[in-house]
Design a protein around this ligand. Structure first.
Ligand code: NAP
Length: 465
């Protein structure tokens, strides 16, 4: 098996890499362990300087990195450049905040002094997806490195050039050789890496099946994991909502990243009373999206990242139709070179069909009508996923119920769900566990060490002298 970089807009093969051999993997794990012994003792201020330098590189060269992302996985160039800039923000955020987040925490007890100290674990393996090929990596790596850990990245097999570019950014920023290394390996080599006693923990962002297989392998070896998995996020619109804003945001929330985002809104749950108007505006909005070359600045939706993803989506739509679903717009791939799928809205969705049960990873929205807030919440929760939710209402009671009762790691009221370094990010149910970003994120891969000290009172010491 080779690791290949293929342009999804054209099908052109850009580069291929042979997966690392056993001895190359061994060498990289060894180097990480050796680096950790020194790196963990480096003062926080020195780590912060290097992280700030990584931010400068990302900011200064965001166009170049954006082009690389777009070439390998097809997201519109504008969004790819913004992604590189967001990574810079995240690096800066942790450069400035890590010392505060990881400061000793004094807790008064019967001891003379007792406190909690946050210490790095060692080498952490990150298994990452292609959909935000820079952001997913930086939001793990910036806090992990600031905490004093060292990182091994197994990136998705279709974005090897992004993986190597990220390694190069950390090297140029001054991080010691071995602090952040890319492992060009296939998913079948992940368990072998996890099996090494020098790997202390793992994080995976990706599908539920990949997450459960990594969690199982790590669990058997008593290694901590964080899992950021898929989602089928609800977007709930109630009668008191600002209709114009809700419908406009709904289109953006579904089409973001060519529809391939874990927190893209996927199930649109609308109160019957306003459903006709919402449907009209939403369908019109989806139809007005410009689908095409992701390098074109005016493109809203580019190609899906791989042929497999395109075929899976086609099959999910076909199966939903076979079970009585109705297409309001789109519904099929576009007959041109590249993996293009038309922005689509489905309705009349049967509870046994893929659009109800599974995550649709592409620009396909599922529209549901509900009688009232009770039915909206019931439907929003009728999924194995629990990543995020966007809910639109100006009724205080409804708002409080949505915040309390929707089963999700994030709830945004009257806004589109987005990640932000200042706020914790992560899901419940099959969307995973653990948190990234914020203070919670940097505390995932640390030893939370309790320290308890009894000291002789000074007066007593004086008496015995
Ligand atoms: P994926 O197929 O699960 O791949 C993700 C990563 O896991 C890749 O590096 C992949 O390597 C690896 N992998 C796959 N199967 C594995 C296994 N059995 N053992 C070890 N590693 C394995 O997911 P994807 O298609 O790249 O990404 C899309 C999914 O990620 C969606 O479900 C999306 O919702 C989710 N996602 C979640 C978040 C979040 O924060 N919650 C963010 C972004 C994406 P190969 O490429 O070599 O197969």
């Amino acid at each position: 098996m080779t690791i290949q970089s293929i342009n999804p807009a054209t099908g052109e093969r850009l580069r291929s890499f042979e997966p690392l051999s056993e001895s190359q993997i061994e060498e990289k794990i060894g180097r990480a362990a050796k680096t950790f012994r020194r790196y963990r003792r480096m003062p926080m201020s020195s780590r912060a300087q290097m992280m700030a330098r990584a931010a400068e590189i990302l900011e200064a060269e965001k166009e170049k990195f954006g082009r690389l992302m777009t070439t390998e996985m097809g997201k519109p160039l504008r969004a790819a450049i913004e992604e590189a800039a967001k990574c810079a923000w995240n690096c800066r955020f942790y450069a400035e905040k890590a010392a505060e987040f990881l400061a000793d925490e004094v807790i008064p007890t019967g001891a003379t002094r007792s406190f909690v100290r946050y210490q790095p674990l060692g080498t952490v393996l990150a298994v990452m997806p292609w959909n935000f090929p820079f952001w997913q990596v930086f939001r793990f790596a910036a806090p992990a490195l600031m905490a004093g850990n060292v990182c091994l990245l197994k990136h998705a097999s279709n974005v090897p050039q992004c993986a190597l570019a990220i390694e190069e950014i950390f090297r140029r920023a001054g991080f010691p050789e071995g602090a952040f290394q890319t492992l060009l390996i296939g998913s079948d080599q992940v368990e072998r890496v996890l099996d090494d006693p020098r790997i202390m923990a793992a994080t995976l962002t990706g599908s539920a099946s990949a997450g459960s297989s990594v969690a199982k392998a790590a669990g058997e070896r008593m290694k901590k994991t964080v899992l950021e998995l898929g989602g089928s996020d609800p977007f709930i619109v109630m009668p008191s909502a600002d209709m114009e804003e809700a419908a406009k945001t709904a289109v953006r929330a579904r089409a973001i990243n060519n529809g391939q985002s874990c927190i893209a809104a996927k199930r649109f749950i609308v109160a019957e009373e306003i459903a006709d108007e919402f449907e009209r505006r939403f369908v019109k909005g989806m139809e007005s999206l410009k689908v095409g070359d992701p390098m074109d600045e005016t493109t809203d939706v580019g190609p899906l990242a791989t042929v497999d993803i395109l075929e899976t989506l086609e099959e999910q739509v076909r199966e939903t139709m076979a079970q009585g679903g109705r297409i309001l717009t789109g519904g099929e791939r576009l007959m041109r070179a590249g993996n293009y799928f038309a922005p689509t809205v489905l309705t009349n969705i049967h509870p046994d069909s893929p659009a109800y049960i599974e995550e649709l990873f592409g620009p396909v929205a599922s529209l549901f009508r509900v009688r009232d807030i009770d039915e909206a919440i019931r439907l929003a929760n009728d999924t194995t996923f629990g990543l995020a939710a966007s809910a639109w209402t100006n009724d205080d009671e409804e708002r409080d119920r949505l915040i309390d009762e929707v089963e999700a790691g994030l709830v945004f009221i009257n806004g589109m769900v987005a990640s932000d370094p200042r706020l914790p990010f992560g899901g419940v149910k099959s969307s995973g566990y653990g948190r990234e970003l914020s203070r919670e994120g940097i505390r995932e891969f640390v030893n939370i060490k309790t320290v308890w000290i009894k000291e002789e009172p000074e007066t007593k010491l004086a008496e015995t002298e």
